[in-house]
Unconditional design. Sequence first.
Length: 357
Amino acid sequence: MTHVITGTCCNDSACAFSCPVNCIHPAPGEPGYGSAELLFIDPDACIDCGACVDACPVHAVVPDYDLEERDQPFADLARAWFAVEENSGYPQEQKRLPAFTVAEPSALRVAVIGTGPAACYAIDALTSVRGLQVEVTVVERLLAPGGLVRYGVAPDHPETKAIGDQFLRTLARSSVSLHLGVEVGRDVTFEQLASTHHAVIVGSGAAAGRRLGIPGDDLAGVISAADFVGWYNGHPDYANLAVDLSGERAVVVGNGNVAIDVARVLLSGVDRLRRTDIAQHALEAFAASNVREVVLVGRRGIEHAAFTASELEGLARVPGLRISAVTAELEPTLGELSPERRTIVEHKASRLRKLAG
Ligand code: SF4
Ligand code: SF4
């Protein structure tokens, strides 16, 4: 038996530090962690203790005897990943978190801007060090915390959104003072924060979409995914976005996970979306939508496509959705890729060929 990490994994690596035999990789500091789509459990080293199941905030780890058929590709991918020589040979002893020390442990004051994942992981790291006295001031421009988790994760991904519960617990710690509706530059200056704290962490992320910078990118009907995602997730800044769903075909430029999210939400059908926490105004717009086809356009080949294997499986699970692809473009150029990256790319190309076949 073994355990398997499935598609909701968000790479926070909590499980890697809980494993007594160090069989979850790549972990922080190991080759490939920075570009990993998800972590893998070595099926030959796992002793089935279950510690990683409890450590995972998004319930991504399951014992193989509970693995659903649809999650089998993740078990296959893990086995393929560890079959690569560079991904094996790790010592079988539990990882330890690096020691954290400050010169004046009783006097550390940190301001954090934002309440999304980056900010909350930073706050968690600061406030969970035993013996460290720290006061964290958190300022959030919006009236609700969560940032990307609340307004960026697709509404039909409740497992991923579940990590927001952990963030709320972090923000409720006694050493944290949370100030909602406070905007840096309007209500408080960066200099004020810097002069009253030892450090300021900017965890607010990219607040706006980036235009393509090509002729036509300002035509009616061209909107950034950041705005569109904010619109269907109830972000107050985008509540009045003009979204025209009267055409039968939508084009998404790009092929990262957000592009796949947008395609899936556009084609999910209102009955499926009704079972999510999608914003009411968006649900009404999707109920009247004429969109029946979404074309995803990528600038480069499958070896550079940024969508993850998990996101592809999520797309494949939409009932009634037919996936097609230009098969000639599903032959990856593997030459420049690292061995661990090569395994993932080959897996994605193979799955896509099968799904489109
Ligand atoms: S079940 Fe135990 S041994 Fe297996 S990966 Fe999880 S923590 Fe490690
Ligand atoms: S999301 Fe779960 S499975 Fe993925 S790295 Fe974090 S703890 Fe591990």
